[in-house]
Design a binder for this molecule. Sequence first.
Ligand code: HEC
Length: 190
Amino acid sequence: MVGSRMFSCRTDANLVAVLFALLAPVSLLAGDSGSRGASVPAPKLGHVVGEEALEPWNVTVFPDGTGLPSGGGSVDDGATLYDARCASCHGAKGEGALADRLVGGWGTLQEVSPVRTVGSFWPYATTLFDYVRRSMPYEAPKSLTSDEVYAITAYVLFLNEIVAEDAVMDATTLPRIEMPNRDGFVSDYP
Ligand code: HEC
């Protein structure tokens, strides 16, 4: 045991010596050309990105609705879109299938096995818009227009009995919705 440990120490020392011998001339060379300056190309640090180029990435919607786009959509339109784009994974009425359940679970959060859905758990309706716009449908994120996301948001809220059948969601109406679990979160910051 001791012998092999010593052997490995010696090997390491040899390795370091060889590496040093190999690298020393390279670093000397680099230092040499660095001091002359002219032959060293300027670092490629990119270029300034304008507001327009940033726009497609700037999609955050805050709880108070800041960042919501113009446009709007109804529960009715949302039902058709949901059937076509969401139901295969989340169930015909949001009851869950391959992917998460989106509807129901009301009043279960204090139980041993809480059912956390958009309706029972999510504190802000605006988050539903943000989430769907940036990440759903799962296989084709960002393929929905703002109007379509508003409509689907309206429909999922309707399925959760949070808005009426004739509701229209837009940048004014969506932030006004009081989600059932709005005050159910405890802040870590006093
Ligand atoms: C191909 C399957 C698929 C389709 C279609 C799909 N989703 Fe999803 N969805 C998922 C998966 C998988 C997750 C979980 C993602 C994760 O946790 O990272 C998810 C998560 C979600 C969540 C978050 C659920 C939660 O409580 O955490 C919402 C809301 C949602 N999807 C809405 C939609 C809507 C609205 C559509 C239609 C526009 C849609 N999804 C289409 C697969 C799908």
